[in-house]
Design a protein around this ligand. Structure first.
Ligand code: MF3
Ligand code: CO
Ligand code: CO
Length: 249
């Protein structure tokens, strides 16, 4: 019951989600080859502050920046860096989490820089479809395992692997709440999805093997062990009696 949000809380999360979407739109307008990932951090920080919001990532468990920027073989939790310059052919995930009036929205998108090889484009597009299929499976009174099953079957059909050590989560009053939403799952297993829950779905799909490691230099950035690229898309969703409502459109 503690996972169910009140109508007032849902309205607040929707507001936070709108600002979060505005931030990602601002990144989409400005991101380009030659920019550093720290320039993305500046866009996110400035937009957030000027909208009276707080970047949830900044100082979260000692994370040093306002956004995660994960390039190519980085799966997630990439740290913006003035020395990491985006180049033609890169794919980058920009993961923004915003606190507004105490409510939290969380979403991420992939950006493709310059001339991107077809295999990386395919990975980005299939991963977006994985999110769409996961969301379609997240109907009220389905189970969490239905989300992972939908994502995994589509990813495997394309020869990709699905990260299971990191996943989606409840969100809204804090960045990370119960439940954990694994992107690998079995149909009709796991926790019930009850109308009023607010969760993220954020599949991380690897072009190669599932194995990963955490960068020992910063204890944050998650990378593929085989060095092949990884992609991710994320939305914050309200579970309803039917299809979920996307709160980060
Ligand atoms: N936005 C991430 C998520 O989707 C969490 C980032 S935590 C940070 O769950 F500290 F790395 F920012
Ligand atoms: Co996120
Ligand atoms: Co998230």
């Amino acid at each position: 019951l503690s996972m169910l949000k009140t109508p007032e809380q849902i309205a607040g999360i929707r507001e936070a989600g709108k600002i979060n979407t505005g931030i990602l739109d601002a990144v989409a307008e400005q991101i380009k080859v030659g920019m550093s990932t720290d320039d993305i951090n500046t866009i996110v920080y400035d937009y957030t502050i000027s909208h009276n919001a707080i970047p949830a990532c900044l100082n979260y468990e000692d994370f040093p920046k306002s956004v995660c920027t994960s390039v190519n073989d980085e799966i997630c939790h990439g740290i913006p860096d003035s020395h990491v310059i985006l180049k033609s052919g890169d794919i980058v995930n920009v993961d923004v989490t915003t606190i507004y009036k105490g409510y939290v929205g969380d979403a991420s998108r992939m950006f493709m820089l310059g001339r991107v090889p077809q295999d990386k484009k395919d990975l980005v597009n299939v991963t977006k479809e994985c999110l769409n299929r996961g969301m379609a499976a997240a109907k009220g009174w389905n189970r969490i395992g239905d989300i992972g099953a939908a994502i995994t079957s589509f990813a495997h059909k394309h020869g990709y692997s699905v990260v299971r050590d990191f996943g989606g989560h409840g969100v809204g009053l804090a960045m990370h709440e119960e439940p954990f939403v694994c992107h690998v799952g079995k149909r009709n297993t796991g926790m019930l999805l009850v109308p009023g829950m607010v969760i993220t779905i954020e599949p991380m799909i690897n072009a190669g093997k599932e194995a990963l490691y955490i960068d020992a230099a910063n204890n944050w950035t998650v990378l593929t062990e085989d060095g092949k690229p990884s992609a991710q898309w994320e939305h914050t969703l309200l579970i309803t009696e039917g299809e979920p409502e996307i709160l980060t459109y």
